[in-house]
Write a protein that binds this ligand. Structure first.
Ligand SMILES: *Cc1c(COP(=O)(O)O)cnc(C)c1O
Length: 424
């Protein structure tokens, strides 16, 4: 598509966008009487308008029924999590046995490593990407230490090459092969939070399996952003949060994927709780854990209903919009943002370096930009003018126009603000 840096062009794109109607389903923060340009759906998604009503339903039913709400609430809490199975499976490309919603993301990373990182003999190493999200680094390192292994020796980090910002697949593959039968687990962020790079998860899982290792992904920046086919790709496990692209509110529930071949295997060690027990006997309160023959058997506690009520609103919107439609719009919207950034750089004679790969297969909504010679000052100045983007140390501005609620006009207006700010 040939883009133009004009309001008319942006408006004409919005007028033919079938997803444009979803914008009104969300609440935009207002600063100085004006709606902000919100490009931080990759950090905390906006609040769906129907979130409040969905929460009220559960509060009312709690008031009306007390404990009886477990069975008599409009959405009975006993089986509350089951309302999410199909919707969550759709977002990550899984079948019904493979997904469950529970806990928070880092907690789930740990629980999954309890099951899928069990070093034995010489197979002790974990491979991850350099500059993984800090929480993931801490999780991986503390898992190694928990098993008495020193991360200095047992953690392999794959780096971008000198002078490059993203990690080459061939370098990941090379390190996997090199580690060979010493490699226990590949554990990577499917989309890197810093650079926005999308990893080739199918190939990485296949390479890990080829040397006898398991492969898991943290999908915090992938779920609701890019199409996923976890089952088909043969990924062993994955987890994600629901407050970024999935718009379910601060600290909201995490999702977990466990491939069917593991989810149905009762012999895999796990930390067990009553909500993972065979549901037909859950309330007999018998001793002896009998796992559900699904990912649900990793679920330890009963569902945090208030938190999940909001997640349901958001997943319904994703279902209505359709992941494929969202992706199609997302590619155009982010291509337009890249075009606008380049236009501004040219007009103002500045070096705004986009470090996110531009190949569609290697990126989602997000663009990460190094503003050479400006740094934090430029970021602070656009924030003052009503652009909510995101600054990550040491020097990157992250922007993620999301297809559910951002428009081409948002991107155009952003370009105007950026240009005026730099020109000053
Ligand atoms: C956002 C994010 C987290 C945050 O973890 P919480 O447990 O939800 O606080 C962890 N890992 C990655 C890769 C993230 O992007």
């Amino acid at each position: 598509m040939v883009f133009e840096n004009t309001a008319e062009f942006a408006k004409s794109r919005d007028s033919v966008d079938h997803l444009a109607k979803f914008r009104s389903e969300f609440i935009f923060p207002v600063i100085d009487g004006k709606e902000v340009i919100y490009f931080t759906g990759n950090s905390l998604g906006l609040q769906p308008r129907k979130a409040k009503d969905a929460l009220m339903v559960e509060l009312e039913d709690w008031g009306k029924w007390g404990v009886e709400g477990h069975f008599h609430a409009r959405n009975p809490w006993f089986s509350y999590h089951e309302r999410f199975t199909d919707l969550a499976a759709e977002v990550v490309g899984a079948n019904r046995k493979e997904v469950v919603l529970m806990n928070a993301l880092t907690v789930n990373l740990h629980l999954l490593m309890v099951s899928f990182f069990r070093p034995q003999g010489k197979r002790t190493k974990i491979l991850c990407e350099a500059k993984a999200f800090p929480s993931d680094q801490y999780a991986v390192e503390s898992q190694l230490r928990f098993h008495g292994l020193n991360p200095e020796e047992h953690l392999i980090e794959v780096h971008p090459r000198a002078g490059e910002h993203v990690i080459r697949l061939e370098d990941v593959v090379k390190e996997i092969k090199k580690a060979g039968d010493e490699l226990a687990l590949v554990m990577i962020g499917g989309v890197n939070y810093y650079s926005g790079q999308v990893f080739d998860m199918r190939s990485i899982a296949a390479e890990a399996h080829a040397v006898g290792a398991l492969c898991g992904f943290d999908l915090a920046h992938a779920a609701g952003n890019i199409p996923l086919q976890l089952h088909e790709w043969g990924v062993d496990f994955a987890c994600w949060c629901s407050y970024k692209y999935l718009n379910s509110g601060p600290g909201a529930i995490s999702g977990v994927f466990i491939h069917e071949r593991h989810a149905t295997n009762a012999d895999i060690p796990r930390f067990a709780g009553w909500w993972g027990h065979d549901k037909s006997e859950r309330f007999l309160m018998n001793p002896g854990f009998k796992p559900m023959p699904t990912a649900e058997s990793w679920q330890m506690s009963n569902a945090p209903v208030f938190n999940m009520a909001i997640h349901k609103v958001s997943l319904d919107l994703f279902h209505d919009a359709g992941m494929e439609n969202l992706r199609n719009k997302s590619l155009q919207l982010t291509d337009y943002l890249a075009f606008i950034i380049r236009q501004v750089a040219q007009k103002t004679n500045t070096n705004l370096e986009i470090i996110t790969p531009m190949e569609h297969a290697e990126r989602g909504c997000q663009l990460s930009v190094l503003a050479h010679g400006f740094g934090r000052k430029l970021f602070d100045a656009i924030t003052e003018k009503g652009v909510i983007a995101d600054w990550r140390e040491p020097n990157v501005i992250r922007m993620a126009p999301v297809p559910l609620y951002n428009s081409f006009e948002d991107v155009f207006r952003f370009g105007q603000i950026l240009e005026q700010t730099i020109a000053k």
